[in-house]
Design a binder for this molecule. Structure first.
Ligand code: PLP
Length: 450
């Protein structure tokens, strides 16, 4: 038995993969990715694949970038790990200062953790405790959007709104007020944009007029609901819900885990609509896609509510063992320095235009009902009947079939149901973008044509 076979057998015998029906896993021999070069992944059989999903939306400068590798090896010679509970270290300090300099104005404090879910969990706990410590003890409830995805820990699942992922856990979750999903093709209010005047945002005004004294915070994925299928919000929606929250004294939490670090064409999506959230959760691209690192970034107003003498017990009693790990921070510093020296995200304009034009053309395919794109993120939704907007039977796993067909063409992407998610690294070349989109077009035609 060769090494590849041995690894396959051990994988099937012992590994439990995330978001994966393991019964089906055994039927389709998995790729085992062994190494990477730039924007390409290479498996144990030496086959090369373009990383069209940025290794789950994280890769910024391609894999194994020499400057990030160098920063990591230098850091490793100095300090591998030391806690931030009661101590500090240079990479955590320097990175915090760099993060504040690129964040929307008014954000001043950085609290580290390791994943997008923990960054969100921290944001929710901070918001809740902020209200209690500023005399608003009745303000306990959260507002979130239908179709929201904020991670897989229980607080994040509570504010999540994707029934397939979240419904099972309902008995364990706290109740949340829901706003209709700002997805114009499936408008819950049966209105048309722009004549609707963003009525979906007005539902927040109604809720807060009635209940503001009970509402602690709103949480939203700014501009794009990623895991819902790259649902791009209509222009002005984000600013409008932010204005409403401010008017009613409700904290605004922006979950920039997917949208942060240039993905939408701005450093942060909030900056595209000129807003500053009270709390911003970041992760994924923060370390350039190299090591697990996340941060919850807050305004001074939020931070100050936690100050007091020890026996006032206003401390934020939260922290993870590896919070702000020096290696992860060193990778993030190298990532941000590279972004600066390569003029990212401003320098992405031409690439984004090319991506936009290429993916927009997919809408001409007979089974593509909608192409949703912003920056370097796109969702391409396929349906059984485009005229009548009738989805495929989920059991057909059409999205999955298309991504398997893409693999045969040297491209790795992931579906969200029957939406194909295209999320190329920010370091992609124009030729790589063309290769990605051509592979997706051919794969859709092959699979839907059957
Ligand atoms: C908007 C958003 N928030 C939070 C998360 C959770 O991040 P993690 O998987 O790092 O916990 C994700 C992951 O996709 C996300 O897209």
């Amino acid at each position: 038995m060769d090494r590849h076979e041995r690894l396959l057998r051990m994988d099937i015998s012992h590994l439990w993969h995330p978001f994966t029906q393991m019964k089906l896993w055994e039927r389709e021999p998995p790729l085992i990715i062994e190494k990477a070069e730039g924007n390409w992944l290479i498996d144990t059989l030496g086959r090369r694949y373009f990383d069209g999903v940025s290794s789950l939306w994280v890769t910024v400068h391609g894999h194994n970038h020499p400057e990030i590798v160098q920063a990591l090896s230098s850091q490793l010679e100095l300090l591998d790990h030391s806690t931030l509970l009661g101590l500090s270290h240079p990479p955590a300090v320097e990175l915090a200062s760099m993060l504040i300099s690129i964040s929307p104005p008014g954000l001043t404090r950085v609290f580290y953790s390791e994943s997008g879910s923990t960054a969100v969990e921290i944001a929710l706990k901070m918001a809740f405790q902020f209200q209690r410590q500023t005399g608003n003890t009745e303000k306990k409830a959260f507002v979130a959007l239908e179709g929201a995805y904020h991670g897989d820990t229980l607080g994040a699942v509570s504010v999540g709104g994707i029934s397939l992922f979240h419904k099972t856990y309902e008995p364990l979750l706290f109740a949340v007020h829901r706003l209709p999903q700002p997805h114009c093709r499936h408008c819950a209010l049966h209105l048309r944009h722009p004549a609707c005047g963003l009525a979906c945002a007005e539902t927040l005004e109604e809720l807060l007029r009635r209940d503001e004294f009970r509402i602690c915070a709103l949480i939203v994925e700014p501009l794009v609901q990623g895991a819902a299928g790259i649902i791009v919000q209509p222009a002005g929606y984000l600013k409008k819900i932010w204005d409403i929250c401010r008017k009613h004294g409700v904290l605004f939490i922006a979950d920039e885990v997917a949208t942060g670090f240039g993905r939408t064409g701005s450093m942060f999506a909030c900056q595209k609509e000129g807003i500053t959230p009270d709390i911003m959760a970041v992760g994924k691209g923060l370390s350039g896609g190299v090591l697990p690192l996340a941060a919850t970034i807050t305004s001074e107003k939020v931070y100050e509510a936690f100050l007091g003498e020890f026996d006032e017990f206003k401390t934020f009693f939260h922290g993870h063992t590896y919070s702000g790990n020096p290696l992860a921070c060193a990778a993030a510093i190298a990532n941000l320095k590279l972004m600066e020296s390569e003029h990212l995200p401003q320098g992405l304009d031409a690439l984004i235009t090319r991506f936009n034009e290429a993916v927009a053309a997919l809408a001409d395919l007979p089974h593509v009902v909608e192409v949703r794109q912003l920056g370097l993120m796109a969702g391409v939704e396929i349906v059984a009947d485009k005229e009548r907007d009738i989805p495929y039977d989920p059991g057909l796993r059409m999205g999955h079939r298309v991504i398997m067909a893409c693999r045969a063409r040297g491209v790795i992407i992931r579906p969200l149901g029957d939406t194909l998610v295209l999320m190329p690294p920010l370091s992609s070349t124009a030729q790589e973008i063309d290769h990605l989109v051509a592979a997706v077009a051919e794969s859709i035609s092959e699979v839907t044509g059957r």
